[in-house]
Design a protein around this ligand. Sequence first.
Ligand code: ADP
Length: 581
Amino acid sequence: MKLLRFVWAYLPPHRPQYVASVLLAGLEGLLAAAPPLAVGLGLMQLAEGQAGIAGILPYAAACFLAVVLRIFVVQRAWKLGYRAGNHASERIRSRIVDHMRRVPLGTLSGRWTPARLATLITEDGRWINETSSFYLVRFLNGLVATAVLLGAAAWLEPVAALAILAALGGGVAAMIAVKPVLSRFIRLRNDMIAEATLRVGEYADGIAVFRAFGRSGAAQKDFRAAVDALHDKTLAMAPRLIPLQQAGAALISLAAPLAILLVAGLQLAGLRQADPVAVIPALFLTLAAAATFSAGVLKTLLPMELGVRAEQNISAFLGTAPLAGKRSDFSTDLDVEFDKVSFRYAPGKPEAVSDVSFEARKGTVTAIAGPSGAGKSTLVSLLLRFHDLSAGQIRLGDVDVIEADPAAVQARISLVSQDVHLFRDTLRANLLLGDPEASGARLMEAVRAARLDDLVAALPQGLDTMLGDTGRTLSGGERQRVAIARALLKDAPVIVLDEATSAMDPLSESAIQKAVAALEDGRTVIVIAHRLRTVADADEIIVFDRGRVRARGRHADLLASDGLYARLWSAQEQAAGWRLR
Ligand code: ADP
């Protein structure tokens, strides 16, 4: 029922089609009951001696007609139901994707791993659709047909109807008994799919490394072992699940013999005289009712459970708290202020940043320096609202980031890093991610400013060269310039520049420096400096260590004060000297 309510909420504007499909499922149930009813009536006429074999031919014709009509109705019912269900599951899928955008990243690295979310969107989305359309139609018509046959049997011989009810009761009891095992089976199955998705992803991501170290065979074995372990667990459950399901079907098939037993027993005990003319068709209808229930209702139990479980999974994810905040009334001057900001990744873990205060003004470059693990990247993810703060405030202009719509915050900040994701598409499409509406002239301007023009000229198909896994790969420096061009197109007032961690060739480095200069103009720029050389000109350098601000100032002053910054500087200079030799 909850599944249906859930699907119903996502149906508009396809509710009328859905209702029509449910009504047609009922009609199909009537048509499914028609052949056994016609045969039952024919049998009665034969038993009464009112008609010979030829006399019951019209009943056979009625059967044919019902079957043909049923084919037509079932096709319409499925088509309407499937289309509406498909629409609902597509809307549910986009709601999941939308929710992924809104929850803190912490949620996505906990229970809701990318593999689990992929399962939610593919598997669970599919079961929502199939259960609410295809299987529901089958279930409903099975129920209606069984009810009609039961009613007819009751009219002919009430004792037969009692036998049917008893047998179906037994079947339903077996179904209830099977439910916990079934739920466990489905949970394991979902785990297996998520695990396999995760492992396939890891294996595909690491294939180059595995090959380079001659480990692809071993990695494949690890992958197989992990998936096999879960597979074995689900297989181990089959011997419990299948007999219980078979027991349900077997109990239901006892309806007809039970009817004979009851009719004969009552007669032998002298309690009730049955009329053989009615008993013959009643027994036939009993058989038909049991078979209809088995095929229509019992067989849909597993898919229905899969749908119910899918709804629970999806609702659990949609129930996770999104980042709150609605404000998007930012001023045009977007200074960034960190005010006594503290954050820990998980309760009980040490603070990754503690009591951090600094401001980055419009038109200036603020560098954040410090050793690896100091908390530099964490600060950026807090500014972008990937997580919520444990304490303090981050202000963008005069809006507290907590009160702001996360999408509005992200629209006002460009993150430029070397870790640039390139999609399997042309260079042009990859650049236009910054602003899909940008004109050709603006695109070319950004390409020039980001110092990508030489690359474009050298590529065989220029901007239309395919990038990504199957296309041209770009060097670290080229990737970073793609990110700069995207940021230029996005034209956000705040730029966060995550400097390359790896060393680059001097040519690439100077091209990036020039491209960055194009970005800095009139914007609020925060640079995460992994190498201090690149930020020696910054208006202010904030020196971090173990999550705290240790010093701040300009390069020369910080060097002169001979603290952590001076030590980092001389260590990096020595490393650079060593590299050149
Ligand atoms: P930096 O960018 O200066 O190298 P980070 O901000 O990446 O430093 O890391 C700061 C601290 O937070 C480190 O101790 C790091 O181990 C921890 N940390 C970073 N990311 C996570 C995460 N996703 N979950 C838990 N701890 C993290």
